[in-house]
Design a binder for this molecule. Structure first.
Ligand SMILES: [Cu+2]
Length: 85
């Protein structure tokens, strides 16, 4: 299980964009999104953590590996959204 915090994922449209991006990177992956906590959990089949993070970035979002979240929290946060909400 790989988990990311995606703080610029703010609505259902963001969540579905990210889910699609992850499935495109690893079509058999199990993806679970929790909008309230901005968490994305992935059970990958063929992709590794770096590829999954890349897929989220390519979709226009900023994934933070949950282990690294405390470090990243000190930095500036992007506040933009997908425009779909
Ligand atoms: Cu959105």
């Amino acid at each position: 299980m790989i988990a990311f915090e995606v703080n610029d994922m703010t609505c259902g449209h963001c969540a579905s964009t990210i889910t699609k991006a992850l499935k495109a990177a690893d079509k058999d992956a199990k993806v679970q999104v929790d909008l309230a906590t901005h968490r994305v959990q992935v059970e990958p089949v063929s992709a590794d953590a770096a590829e999954l993070a890349e897929a989220i970035r390519d979709a226009g979002y900023t994934p933070v590996a949950v282990e690294a979240a405390a470090v990243e929290a000190a930095g500036p946060k992007r506040r933009s959204c997908c425009g779909g909400c």
